[in-house]
Design a protein around this ligand. Structure first.
Ligand code: C2E
Ligand code: MG
Ligand code: MG
Length: 618
C-alpha cells in the first residue's frame, strides 16, 4: 500500500517536473539578467551554474523515461532522492534571496516577485509529497529572512518580513493538507481496488485479478517467449459437502483448500479462486508436460489427509486440468478452454488426479457449449421424446414396469444421449421444465398400458430438492388418471445427498403411495443410513457391477446388495444384463428383477404398447 502511495506521489511530481524545470531556468535567467547588469555578474553566473547543476540531471532523467509508464510501486529511496532534490533547489533559491537582496528598488521588486513565485509554485507542484514541500520552502523562507536582515536599509523594507511569514506559512500549510488529502484518496482507491481483485473468503486473487494476470502472461509469452502452464483445480463433490455439512463447513473447506494449494506455490506463480470450488493457477516457466505433470501431481497430493471441519473430519479429492502455453494455445481464451477441457476429462476419470490437455478433449468442450446453446428451446420445438425399457420380474418372466428414458433428437447431430444433455439441462436450470414434461408424458403413456405394469421415472437431484416435485407428481398422476401405486421414482444417492429437502420430498411422495427406488446403487456413498432412513421400495444395482461379472469382487457386491435388500424386504433390480450368464448369476444371487439389453433394449412408446399387448396375451 505504501509503495503504491509513493508511486502515486512521485507520478504527479514527475508530471509537473518539465514545467518546474522550465520555470526555474527562466526565473534564474531573469535573475542573472537583472543583477548581472548591476555589477553582480560573477556571483549571479556562479549561482545560475549551481541551479543548472541541480536541474539538469533531473531534466535528463525525465527525458529518458518519457515513453515509459509510471511504475505501479516505488521504494522509499525514490522519495528520499526527490526530497533531497527539492531541498537542494530550495537551498539555491534561499541563497539567491540572501545574495541579491540589495537596496536597489528595481532589483528588490524582481527578487521579491521571483521568491514569492517560487515558494507558491514549487509548493503547489510538490504538494503530493508534504516532506518535499517543507524541504523546498523552508530554505527559501530562511534565506529570505537572512537576506532581509542583512540587506534592509529602510524601515519600509522590513514590511516584507510579516508578509513573507504569512504567505509562506499559508502556502506550506495548504501544501501539507493537500498532501494528506491526496494520500487518503490514493489509499482508499488502492483498498477498493484490492478488494475488487480479491476473494474475501480465501484472501486469494479473484477472477478479475486472474484474467489480467493471464493476459499479462500471454503478453510476456509473445514478447519474451516466457512459457507457462495454466492449471484448473476443482474439488470433487463440493456441492455434496456443502449440502450435507452446511455452508459454513463448505467455507472452512475452501479456506483450508486455499491454504494447502498456496503451499505448492512458488513466488512467481499465481493462485486465484474463480468462484465456488474452482481454483486456478498460473505457473511461470513450466515448459515441458513432465514438469507440469509433476506440479499437477503435487497439487492433487495437497488433498491427501483429512480436512478438519466443524461437522468432523472430511476426506476430499480434487481434479486438476492442465494446459501448457504455447503448446496448447497462446491466447487467454484458447488456454482457458483447454485447461477446462482437461479438467472435465480429469473429473470424468474421477481418480483425484491431474489431466494434461489432449486435443480430442477440446472438441468436447466446444460440443458441450454448443449443446448448451441448442438445448434452450429444444423442448418447445418438440425435439425430446421418451423411450421405455422393461424391468422384468425374474421369477415370472413378466414385465413388471418400464423405465422411462429421455431422448433428444438434435436437428443436426441426431440422437444426443441423456448422460450428455441431462447434466447440461441441470446446469442451466432447464431440468425442472424438462423433468415436468417427462413426468407428464410418462404417466400419460403408462395409463395406456395394462393396469399391472408400472412406470419408472428418473429424477435429478435438482428436481427433488424441494416439495415442488410432490405437486408435479400429483398433477401428472391426476392428468393421466394413473394410480400412484404404478409410479416409481428412480433417485440416485447423490441426489439425496445433494439436496437438503430431498428426504422430506421423498417421505411425502411415499405417503402418497409413490414408490422410491435407489438407482445406481453401489456407485455413490452407498450409505446404509439412506436405506434405513428413507422409505425406499427397492434398490437398483448399478450396471457397472453386472458388467464386471463374473469377477469375484463384483460377485461379492451383487450378493451383498441382494442379501441386504432381501433382509429389508426391498425389491432388488439388476440393471444392464447383457448375457445369459449375467442373468443366471443375478437370479441365483437373489435379485428379484432384471433389466438390460438381453431382456429388451429401450423401445419407442408405440413399440412398447405392442410388446406389452403380446406380453399380457402370453
Ligand atoms: P439409468 O437411470 O441408470 O438408466 C439406465 C441406462 O442404462 C440407460 O441409458 C439404458 O439405456 C442403459 N442400459 C439399459 N440396459 C443396458 C444394457 O444392457 N447395457 C448397457 N450398456 N446399458 C444399458 P441411457 O438411456 O443412456 O440413460 C443414462 C442415464 O441418463 C440414466 O441412467 C439416467 O441417470 C439418465 N436419464 C435418462 N433419462 C432420464 C430422465 O428422463 N430424467 C433424468 N433425470 N435422467 C435420465
Ligand atoms: Mg434409472
Ligand atoms: Mg441406473
Amino acid at each position: 500500500m505504501e509503495a503504491r502511495l509513493r508511486a502515486a506521489q512521485i507520478a504527479v511530481i514527475a508530471r509537473h517536473t518539465p514545467a518546474m524545470i522550465a520555470v526555474n531556468l527562466i526565473s534564474g535567467l531573469m535573475l542573472v539578467a537583472a543583477f548581472g547588469a548591476q555589477g553582480l555578474v560573477v556571483p549571479a553566473t556562479a549561482w545560475l551554474a549551481a541551479l543548472a547543476a541541480v536541474c539538469m540531471p533531473v531534466a535528463f532523467r525525465v527525458y529518458r523515461r518519457r515513453h515509459k509508464l509510471p511504475p505501479a510501486t516505488v521504494g522509499p529511496k525514490v522519495i528520499r532522492s526527490a526530497t533531497i532534490n527539492a531541498a537542494a533547489l530550495g537551498g539555491i533559491w534561499g541563497a539567491a534571496a540572501m545574495l541579491f537582496f540589495n537596496p536597489d528598488r528595481h532589483g528588490q521588486i524582481i527578487l521579491v516577485c521571483i521568491i514569492a513565485g517560487m515558494i507558491c509554485g514549487g509548493s503547489l507542484a510538490l504538494s503530493t509529497l508534504p516532506r518535499a514541500v517543507v524541504a523546498f520552502a523552508t530554505p527559501i523562507v530562511g534565506g529570505s529572512f537572512i537576506g532581509l536582515l542583512l540587506g534592509a536599509k529602510q524601515p519600509i523594507d522590513y514590511f516584507i518580513a510579516p508578509l513573507l511569514a504569512t504567505y509562506s506559512t499559508a502556502i506550506i500549510l495548504a501544501g501539507l493538507s493537500q498532501g494528506q488529502q491526496f494520500a487518503t484518496r490514493v489509499i482508499a482507491q488502492a483498498r477498493a481496488e484490492a478488494l475488487a481483485r480479491h476473494d474475501p473468503l480465501t484472501g486469494l486473487p479473484n477472477r478479475v485479478a486472474f484474467e489480467s494476470a493471464l493476459f499479462t502472461a500471454c503478453q510476456r509469452l509473445e514478447k519474451y517467449g516466457e512459457r507457462f502452464a495454466l492449471l484448473y483445480i476443482d474439488l470433487d463433490d463440493f456441492k455434496v459437502v456443502n449440502d450435507r455439512y452446511g455452508h459454513q463447513a463448505g467455507d472452512q473447506l475452501l479456506k483450508q483448500m486455499a491454504g494447502r494449494l498456496s503451499v505448492c506455490l512458488r513466488e512467481v506463480d499465481m493462485l486465484a479462486r474463480l468462484g465456488g470450488d474452482e481454483f486456478v493457477m498460473i505457473a511461470r516457466g513450466l515448459s515441458s508436460s513432465a514438469d507440469a505433470a509433476t506440479l499437477a501431481d503435487r497439487l492433487a497430493g495437497a488433498f491427501n489427509g483429512a480436512f478438519t471441519l466443524e461437522g468432523g473430519n472430511l476426506e476430499c479429492r480434487a481434479s486438476v486440468g492442465v494446459a501448457l502455453a504455447p503448446t496448447d494455445g497462446a491466447t487467454p481464451n484458447a488456454l482457458i478452454n483447454r485447461a477446462d477441457a482437461a479438467l472435465y476429462a480429469a473429473k470424468r476419470e474421477r481418480n483425484g488426479a491431474f489431466h494434461l490437455f489432449a486435443h480430442g478433449e477440446h472438441k468436447e468442450v466446444i460440443d458441450r457449449r454448443a449443446l448448451a446453446q441448442d438445448i434452450k428451446g429444444a423442448l418447445g420445438r418438440g425435439e425430446f421424446f421418451l423411450q421405455f425399457q422393461p424391468i422384468q420380474e425374474l421369477a415370472s418372466g413378466r414385465i413388471k414396469s418400464n423405465e422411462t428414458l429421455a431422448r433428444w433428437r438434435h436437428p443436426e447431430r441426431g440422437l444426443v444421449p441423456p448422460v450428455q444433455f441431462i447434466t447440461i439441462a441441470e446446469r442451466l436450470g432447464l431440468i425442472h421444465e424438462l423433468g415436468e414434461w417427462i413426468m407428464f408424458e410418462a404417466c400419460r403413456e403408462a395409463a395406456l398400458w395394462p393396469a399391472d405394469v408400472g412406470v419408472a421415472v428418473n429424477v435429478s437431484p435438482e428436481q427433488i430438492c424441494d416439495d415442488s416435485i410432490v405437486n408435479i407428481v400429483e398433477a401428472a398422476l391426476r392428468a393421466a388418471r394413473l394410480s400412484p401405486r404404478r409410479l416409481h421414482l428412480e433417485v440416485t444417492e447423490s441426489a439425496i445427498l445433494a439436496a437438503n429437502g430431498a428426504a422430506s420430498a421423498i417421505k411425502r411422495l411415499h405417503e402418497r403411495g409413490v414408490a422410491i427406488v435407489l438407482d445406481d446403487f453401489g456407485t455413490g456413498f452407498s450409505s446404509f443410513d439412506h436405506v434405513r432412513r428413507l422409505p425406499a421400495a427397492g434398490l437398483k444395482i448399478d450396471r457397472s457391477f453386472i458388467a464386471g461379472l463374473p469377477e469375484r469382487k463384483n460377485q461379492a457386491i451383487v450378493h451383498a446388495v441382494a442379501h441386504l435388500a432381501r433382509s429389508l424386504a426391498l425389491d432388488v433390480t439388476a440393471e444392464g444384463i447383457e448375457t445369459q450368464a449375467q442373468l443366471g448369476f443375478v437370479r441365483a444371487a437373489g435379485c428379484t428383477h432384471g433389466q438390460g439389453y438381453l431382456i429388451s433394449r429401450p423401445q419407442d412408446a408405440e413399440t412398447m404398447r405392442a410388446t406389452l399387448a403380446v406380453d399380457r396375451a402370453a
